[in-house]
Design a binder for this molecule. Structure first.
Ligand SMILES: [Ca+2]
Length: 313
């Protein structure tokens, strides 16, 4: 079978970096037609630069990286340096990229790519706030029906919030964009905190990355070392959750994940619960399902896959 064509929309972020590395390590199954950067964990100048740093770390400097929106649709940017560090990729000491940033705007690249390929052959993989994807859908509504699937990291139901008591970071940063994407009608798979908090980098799992002995393995170990201090302090958990790699590992091994087809709506008005993903997990409304909302992962299978693939780079 031909590899599945994807666009990774991202705000790197250490866990974004691991998600990108996993995709780039799997060319038999995944064809990364482009990486589009968005403002999120850190501002856009850093996310587009970090995306290129990660491509070069993977030894794939020919991947096309585009810069997109530098702020959410209708509000000021909220960032997460308290989690990811000043650079967004704190931890390893990685060189500045030499590969170019593409001239085209990320939103136009998304639109053009969906129009240029046969319908239902491009999958969107948003790993940050949904600004770029929402902007593309607003600018070119004809592309919505051409999307094969959107597999995204964002939201939470049982775990509720990590940036506010009610909201997960990616959705909170741009709730208006999330509302546009969740109501567009394209097939959606959601990796919420409910599942990503089950994909924890415990010490033995991080040791396995480091034991690869490669620049990629060591960099990933150093990234998660940095990233985990936040979650250990906040949740008392045994390691950092690898949020975004859940998206790319789902493309490779959907059988590792379990969820429910439910209705998901986004709170866009309340000051108290702005950005909350209201998932009808128990089916208590008659609202039509619009997303496969993942709730569980085979964590050992996930880390075995990740370690094996990172070892290929
Ligand atoms: Ca991210």
């Amino acid at each position: 079978m031909a590899p599945r064509k994807i666009i990774i929309d991202t705000d790197p972020g250490q866990d974004d970096a691991v998600a990108i590395l996993l995709a780039l390590a799997s060319p038999d199954e995944i064809d990364v037609v482009g990486i589009t950067a968005v403002a999120g964990n850190v501002p856009l100048p850093l996310t587009q630069k970090n995306a290129r740093i990660v491509c070069e770390l993977a030894g794939k400097p020919d991947v096309k990286v585009f810069a997109g929106c530098d702020r959410p649709l209708g509000r000021d940017l909220v960032t997460a340096e308290h989690v990811h560090g000043k650079s967004g990729l704190d931890g390893p000491d990685l060189p500045d990229p030499t590969m170019p940033l593409q001239d085209q705007h990320a939103v136009d690249f998304i639109i053009e790519t969906l129009r240029a390929h046969p319908p239902k052959t491009i999958t969107l993989c948003p790993l940050g706030p949904l600004t770029n994807v929402a902007m593309a859908f607003e600018k070119a509504p004809d592309i919505v029906d051409r999307v094969q699937e959107i597999v995204l990291m964002g939201g939470a139901y049982f775990e509720v919030g990590n940036i506010t008591p009610a909201a997960e970071f990616n959705i909170y940063v741009d709730p208006q964009a999330a509302h546009i994407v969740f109501s567009a009608g394209a097939p959606i798979v959601v990796m919420p905190l409910d599942v990503t908090h089950k994909a924890l980098v415990t010490q033995p799992r991080n040791d396995a990355f480091r034991a690869l002995g490669t620049p990629v393995g060591i960099a990933v170990a150093e990234m998660t070392d940095f990233f985990e201090r936040f979650d250990k302090e906040k949740y008392g958990s045994s390691g950092a959750p690898l949020h975004d790699p859940c998206v790319t590992s789902y493309l490779l091994r959907p059988d590792l994940f379990q969820g429910r087809n439910v209705n998901v709506m986004i709170e866009t008005r309340s000051e108290l619960t702005l950005g909350m993903t209201v998932a009808d997990w128990w089916g208590v409304t008659d609202r039509a399902p619009n997303a496969l909302f993942i709730g569980d992962v085979n964590a050992d299978g996930f880390f075995d896959l990740l370690t094996e693939r990172l070892g290929r780079l």
